[in-house]
Design a binder for this molecule. Structure first.
Ligand code: UDP
Length: 337
């Protein structure tokens, strides 16, 4: 009863692998390490370095490890990049999943959990946004994920597969024990940028837009701690094993914080008063994105443990400080060699 996690060495994937292993699951990972790190994986977890869309590789892994369920994270996730390189996104997200599903069908995999995104909603008609509203993605990233959702639905209907689609809101924070976190160079996510500023790696943080019709003029997001999101995957697997029907679920806390509030939380927990500069709106940004969480709470046996912006900021900061220490140690080591 092994679970295959694609992208399991990445930011969210590695937290999920850890949650599964700690729950006693047998896990195997396929990751091309383009943004992941093998060091994020517990030692006992086999890692196959390659693409989730490499049918030969994945077919071999499924047979060798008797895989019964797939949790699929591998893909590209940066909205502005997807605007510049749409075909890259359709390849890495949509086509890769098509290949993975092809193998899954051949191997009679009966359970599939897919990482989708709140970006499928575009500018939501209703906030908090429930799952049933029309999906109108504004970026190739969102479209590539929505296309995959549709494909998964069709494949599941035709081949007797059950799935859970988890639509992630703004994932942030790091492992409470600082074993894993967001380590990708050139990250663009708000909390990551804020902790980089708090640790002196950036001179300032820009706030993209302070003229939105929101209480403080900045955008509003539903930040979810990465460990809680990992637990949602574990809960989704239990749900499917218990015979649950295929379902699409928002993954957030259902509470919005503004960009300025999030930055303030990082300033508070770090005690560092880094510079905050007001900047023009970032093209493509959605003003307010908050999840209606009724469905996930009613469907999964899932109780968030870290639903607190300061806790998220504290864990993100502790992880960032660890990265800085490691980098300094490397530089010292290189200088003394
Ligand atoms: N943001 C910001 N400054 C930054 C990074 C992000 O003001 O340096 C804002 C961004 O414009 C958006 C919010 O923070 O309103 C969340 O952006 P992020 O890229 O973290 O996630 P998204 O919601 O776009 O997926």
């Amino acid at each position: 009863m092994t679970v295959l996690v694609t992208g399991g060495a990445g930011y969210i994937g590695s937290h999920t692998v850890r949650a599964l292993v700690e729950a006693g699951e047998s896990v195997v990972v396929v990751d091309n390490l383009s943004t992941g790190f093998s060091a994020f994986l517990p030692e006992a977890v086999p890692l196959f370095i390659g693409d989730a869309g490499d049918e030969n590789l994945v077919e071999g892994v499924i047979a060798q490890h008797r895989v019964e369920s797939i949790i699929h994270f591998a893909g590209s996730v940066v909205v502005p990049d997807s605007m510049r390189d749409p075909l890259g996104y359709y390849r890495n997200n949509t086509m890769t999943t098509r290949s993975l599903l092809n193998v899954a069908v051949r191997a009679s995999i009966s359970r599939f959990i897919f990482s989708s995104t709140a970006a499928v909603y575009g500018n939501p008609e209703q906030v908090p946004v429930p799952e049933h509203v029309p999906t109108r993605p504004l970026s190739p990233y969102g479209s590539s994920k929505l296309m995959t959702e549709i494909m998964l639905h069709d494949v599941a209907s035709a081949h007797g597969m059950s799935y859970v689609v988890l639509r992630f809101f703004n994932v942030a924070g790091a492992d409470p024990q600082a074993r894993m976190g967001l380590a990708t160079n050139g990250a663009t996510h708000l909390l990551k940028i804020a902790v980089e500023a708090a640790t002196g790696q950036r001179a300032k943080i820009d706030v993209f837009g302070t003229d939105y019709p929101t209480p403080d003029g900045s955008c509003i997001r539903d930040f979810i701690h990465v460990t809680d999101l990992a637990e949602a995957h574990r809960a989704a697997l239990s749900y499917l094993r218990g015979g649950g029907n295929s379902v699409t679920l928002n993954c957030g806390y259902g509470r919005g914080y503004s960009v300025l509030e999030a930055i303030e939380a990082v300033r508070r927990v770090s005690g560092r008063n880094f510079a905050v500069q007001y900047a023009p709106r970032r093209p493509g940004d959605i003003m307010t994105m908050v999840a209606d969480t009724s469905r996930i709470r009613a469907t999964l046996d899932w109780t968030p443990q870290y639903d607190d912006l300061e806790t998220i900021a504290r864990h993100a900061l502790a992880w960032e400080e660890k990265l800085v220490r490691e980098r300094q140690a490397e530089i010292q080591h290189a200088a003394s060699a």
